[in-house]
Design a protein around this ligand. Sequence first.
Ligand SMILES: Cc1cc2nc3c(=O)[nH]c(=O)nc-3n(C[C@H](O)[C@H](O)[C@H](O)COP(=O)(O)OP(=O)(O)OC[C@H]3O[C@@H](n4cnc5c(N)ncnc54)[C@H](O)[C@@H]3O)c2cc1C
Ligand SMILES: *[C@@H]1O[C@H](CO)[C@@H](O)[C@H](O)[C@H]1NC(C)=O
Ligand SMILES: *[C@@H]1O[C@H](CO)[C@@H](O)[C@H](O)[C@H]1NC(C)=O
Ligand SMILES: *[C@@H]1O[C@H](CO)[C@@H](O)[C@H](O)[C@H]1NC(C)=O
Ligand SMILES: *[C@@H]1O[C@H](CO)[C@@H](O)[C@H](O)[C@H]1NC(C)=O
Length: 545
Amino acid sequence: MKISVCSMLSIFCVLSLLSFSSAANPKKTNSGQDFVQCLIRSSSTSISKVIYTSENSTYTSVLKFSINNLRFDTPSTPKPIVIVKPEAESQIQTVIYCCKKHDIQMRIRGGGHDYEGQSYVAQVPFVVVDMINLRSIEVDPVKATAWVQAGATLGELYYRIAEKSNTLGFPAGIWSTVGVSGLVSGGGYGTLRRKYGLAADNVLDARLIDANGRILDRKSMGEDLFWAIRGGGASSFGVILSWKLHLVSVPKIVTVFQTARTLEQNATEILHRWQTVAPRLPKDVEMRVAVNPIWTNLPNEPQKTVQDDGTPSLNGTKTVSVNFIGQFLGRKEKLLSMMNKRFPELGLEAESCFEVSYIQSVLLFSLFQATDSPLGLLNRTAYKIAFKAKSDYVNKPIPKEGLEGLWKVLLEQEPGRTNFLLTSYGGKMAEISESAIPFPHRAGTLYMMYMRVRTDGDTSDSIKWIRGLYKYLTPYVTSNPRTAYLNYNDLDLGLNKPHGKTSYKQASIWGKKYFKNNFDRLVIIKSIVDPDNFFRHEQSIPPFA
Ligand SMILES: Cc1cc2nc3c(=O)[nH]c(=O)nc-3n(C[C@H](O)[C@H](O)[C@H](O)COP(=O)(O)OP(=O)(O)OC[C@H]3O[C@@H](n4cnc5c(N)ncnc54)[C@H](O)[C@@H]3O)c2cc1C
Ligand SMILES: *[C@@H]1O[C@H](CO)[C@@H](O)[C@H](O)[C@H]1NC(C)=O
Ligand SMILES: *[C@@H]1O[C@H](CO)[C@@H](O)[C@H](O)[C@H]1NC(C)=O
Ligand SMILES: *[C@@H]1O[C@H](CO)[C@@H](O)[C@H](O)[C@H]1NC(C)=O
Ligand SMILES: *[C@@H]1O[C@H](CO)[C@@H](O)[C@H](O)[C@H]1NC(C)=O
């Protein structure tokens, strides 16, 4: 990939002059046809080949391909007037110019995993710029760096790294279909977090288009804007074109492990211990816990599949399963002796641990089998459900009574509808300062909580349930502010107005939850680089009024 900083493409110079004159013109129009005409007239490339409107037969399939939360794939979900799938960077500059001219909002889509559909849904007339065609990846195994175009997925990145080296990796997310740009620009964690920190902690450079249509790199954008896009959510600041990433060392062989306990098997006690043990383990071990209701048969009761009256039985009683899942950057024997010393309550056994190559562990965590071909990582077709999710952070262990109350709430749900995950922090995560990048959840954080419920079927009940769960957790999680992870964005925390400006005070209600005091610096940077608030969505950073 060429890294030329053509901050003033001659064509765009003309375009941005036009855009200033049009800003003074009060007669703006929302008409899709005028907008498409503007794109075609203003582009020196054959842009019509990458424009999709409702008149193109492939419009719906292009739109749906990267809708990864089916809650936003309904007939009543607002649809973009145009989808543009740029093949050249200058086509994005053209879209920005025409959006300004016709007062149309722009949404930028990478992998399309946004929890609230913000990359492809808006309540005002809007265009989706889908980055899917700009996804080349260049790995330099000698320098341990990679230039990655914005539309790539994590799976594509991991595949291209593994193609060049079996001892290099990148500390990003777990699921292969997630987009690099959404993930990195909101922080981005995965199995290597305790050793190397976040994806955003390992970015060396970036190229982006700002609200004036200029193409900037780290040097020309300056350290403030470069700070903001690594964890502050790039969609408030510009269109990321590519990232330069620092690759990290991984052993050829790693150990993955998984072992589950039910409430009847002392899960409460073991999880209670996990809260303080896991964040203090050596950096080479990461351990998450999935806590979910399951069906179980009582030990001495034969399984009934049909009840006496002929209706299907529930196959036993519901209980909570606490499933410990982890990775060790080393061999099995060392893991076992360490765990039996540091966490004997878990009783980790050799049969629950598997030595695999590093790329096989990547496949396993992304829900493939270790024996599957790594080529599966290139598959962008995601496993999709309709869901609502929320997050929390825990700084002091939840007492056993608190966990017991949590089981009651979880048991209200049918097995298979929830995903409640606890992700241990500590290690490198705690060594990086709270203001190094906008992501502020560092020293003192024991673990992150992620809660998700399926919303297909009885939507209002599921959403009511997860809000109830969130309320239940209040005394046990961070407060003032109660913090949340930007990449698990949650519109229950607050919203910008679709038209007009949101006050600093109002936006800080959710802004401080995601960023703590880093929110203030993000607002200052936004006010300088995008004072007219061109790049906006429901929870974008507002400029000062
Ligand atoms: C199944 C699943 C698994 C996940 N696993 C993890 C995980 O392991 N670790 C983790 O940290 N997170 C995880 N996440 C959360 C994930 O990091 C966020 O949802 C992330 O925002 C998704 O990025 P995307 O590009 O796929 O999404 P998109 O919906 O395309 O984008 C998300 C946001 O980024 C913006 N954006 C995208 N591309 C650009 C660009 N080029 N320039 C500027 N802005 C852009 C969008 O406008 C939007 O605001 C997971 C999510 C899902 C659904
Ligand atoms: C969509 O339809 C328009 C009008 O027929 C056409 O110009 C354009 O090339 C089509 N888009 C694609 C991607 O085929
Ligand atoms: C649960 O823990 C107690 C001691 O705290 C122990 O005696 C018992 O064997 C454990 N039960 C199981 C199923 O591990
Ligand atoms: C009960 O068991 C049967 C047979 O294993 C299975 O098909 C059915 O889905 C189970 N029902 C529930 C509610 O889990
Ligand atoms: C890609 O993944 C999807 C979802 O898991 C699956 O249905 C499909 O068969 C896969 N495609 C290929 C070519 O493997």
